[in-house]
Design a protein around this ligand. Structure first.
Ligand SMILES: Cc1cc2nc3c(=O)[nH]c(=O)nc-3n(C[C@H](O)[C@H](O)[C@H](O)COP(=O)(O)OP(=O)(O)OC[C@H]3O[C@@H](n4cnc5c(N)ncnc54)[C@H](O)[C@@H]3O)c2cc1C
Ligand code: SF4
Ligand code: SF4
Ligand code: SF4
Length: 406
């Protein structure tokens, strides 16, 4: 039976709740807004299945090498690429699965809300629900059971998620291989708390007003290199777009304040994964090729022969350049290292629960002169069309300075 001693020991994947034959595990929200398993001990028959499927209990620190291939990918459909976080690789993969009569699972907003949950889509035109990374933990519900049902019916199934969610699925399937299952994981920095997002939306509703139609965490409104947190309002005049420099929600995320505890000691940071394809951003495209533009590129690491087959099948919809996998993963910190927990995290959540939302975000992320100036300079660079150049220059200078210090 699952008995958690430390919150870092649970990534919230829900594999235990999905597998329990007595349905005596429920996922319950803690005071930080993250879900954890709660076992009804009276109903438990001590079969041990929950422990057998848990990806954290069974995590191995060994990164066992297998054959890999690396690619840079851009979707040829510019609308799809703009709506996607990076190059639109996921839509290309998912489209192929649906065209085989298959079904695709990923993270999207629950209809009419901003609650992020795993859901299924089997129409190409509905895939937009998955596009753009949602920087919040998605609710898994009984997704793993649904995946298994479809596999048993002989259907193609694509499951996408964070590495802990994809390993949770693999644990739930207990080592059984399914020819028609395609697993896609992302390189994952961490997942913020759903309750911080709820508070943030409350604060923004009080400040902006209107009717929020869509929220994007990685909008390309100012381009791929200066992505923004965007809120699209029914009244277009009230639309909101702010970058990581000045948006409170993104600042909390990138200051390592709002993540799930397990993310600060992530057991899934590795190169060789159980998935078929691993996807993530490629900002410094110029270091790889001059043939691709800077409007968004996905790095794709092929982890299996099935993953390689998919890359061949989607070739007509995408522009692809082959890159040696060693070069593809070089310097990708989030693939190998957890982010450090911010020492002020406990206080952050205490305030989040106790303070009125607008006051809370103003206290933690004040719009100081420095923040405003940073934002202004970035926007100026964007408007002058030199944002990417200026950023690169800054990084170069910054790295040199860093090396001098060492
Ligand atoms: C929480 C999170 C953290 C990430 N951290 C990094 C990082 O540190 N460095 C990096 O290079 N890339 C990171 N990525 C990956 C990156 O943001 C893109 O997902 C990737 O570049 C693929 O983009 P795309 O254009 O091909 O796909 P898109 O069309 O953008 O597809 C997005 C995919 O991500 C899935 N997804 C979206 N939100 C969630 C969620 N909350 N939980 C689980 N799955 C989700 C969707 O189901 C879909 O499969 C992260 C993604 C997420 C979701
Ligand atoms: S030991 Fe078996 S019955 Fe008990 S909670 Fe775990 S899966 Fe359910
Ligand atoms: S990591 Fe997943 S399987 Fe393990 S206890 Fe947490 S929710 Fe259950
Ligand atoms: S950082 Fe690790 S534990 Fe956290 S969501 Fe990503 S894969 Fe899961």
């Amino acid at each position: 039976m699952i008995e958690l001693q430390d919150k870092k020991e649970c990534c919230g994947c829900s594999a235990c709740a999905n597998v329990c034959p007595k349905q005596c595990i429920t996922m319950e929200e803690d005071q930080e807004g993250f879900l954890y398993p709660h076992v009804d001990k009276k109903a438990c028959v001590d079969c041990g299945l929950c422990e057998k499927v848990c990806p954290i209990i069974n995590a191995t620190s060994k990164d066992s090498p297998h054959e890999q291939a690396g690619y840079l990918l851009q979707h040829k459909n510019e609308r799809i690429r703009k709506e996607s976080t990076s190059g639109g690789a996921f839509t290309a993969i998912a489209t192929w699965v649906i065209l085989q009569g298959g079904i695709v699972f990923g993270a999207g907003y629950r209809n009419g809300t901003f609650i992020v949950e795993h859901q299924a889509v089997d129409k190409v035109e509905s895939l937009s629900v998955f596009r753009n990374s949602k920087y919040v933990q998605s609710v898994m519900g009984d997704t793993y059971k649904q995946v298994l049902e479809h596999l048993k019916q002989g259907r193609w199934v694509c499951f996408s998620g964070t590495p802990c969610q994809t390993e949770g699925l693999k644990g739930f399937l207990r080592g059984k291989e399914y020819e028609k299952l395609i697993v896609v994981d992302v390189v994952c920095r961490g997942v913020p708390s759903p309750s911080v997002l709820v508070r943030y939306i409350e604060a923004q509703k009080a400040c902006i007003g209107g009717h929020f139609e869509n929220i994007l965490f990685r909008d390309k409104y100012y381009g791929y290199h200066y992505s923004s947190f965007s809120i699209y309002n029914k009244d277009k005049k009230k639309d909101y777009h702010k970058g990581v420099d000045s948006n409170a929600y993104l600042r909390a995320f990138f200051d390592n304040l709002s993540d799930r505890p397990s993310c600060y000691d992530c057991r899934f940071k590795k190169r060789y994964r159980q998935s078929d394809l691993t996807i993530w951003d490629c900002f410094p495209i110029e270091q790889f090729t001059k043939e691709m533009d800077g409007k968004g590129t996905t790095r794709v690491l092929v982890q299996s022969s099935k993953g390689q087959m998919i890359m061949e099948q989607i070739a007509k919809d995408v522009r692809v350049i082959s890159v040696h996998p060693d070069k593809l993963v070089e310097g990708v910190r989030e693939m190998f290292h957890s982010v450090p927990m911010n020492p002020k995290r406990e206080l952050f959540f205490k305030d989040c629960n106790q303070m009125e939302p607008v006051a809370f975000f103003r206290k933690w992320f004040p719009l100081t002169l420095k923040v405003r100036l940073n934002s202004y300079v970035r926007l100026m660079c964007h408007n002058l069309g030199i944002y990417t150049f200026a950023k690169r220059l800054f990084m170069k200078f910054y790295i040199r300075k860093d090396e001098r210090v060492k």
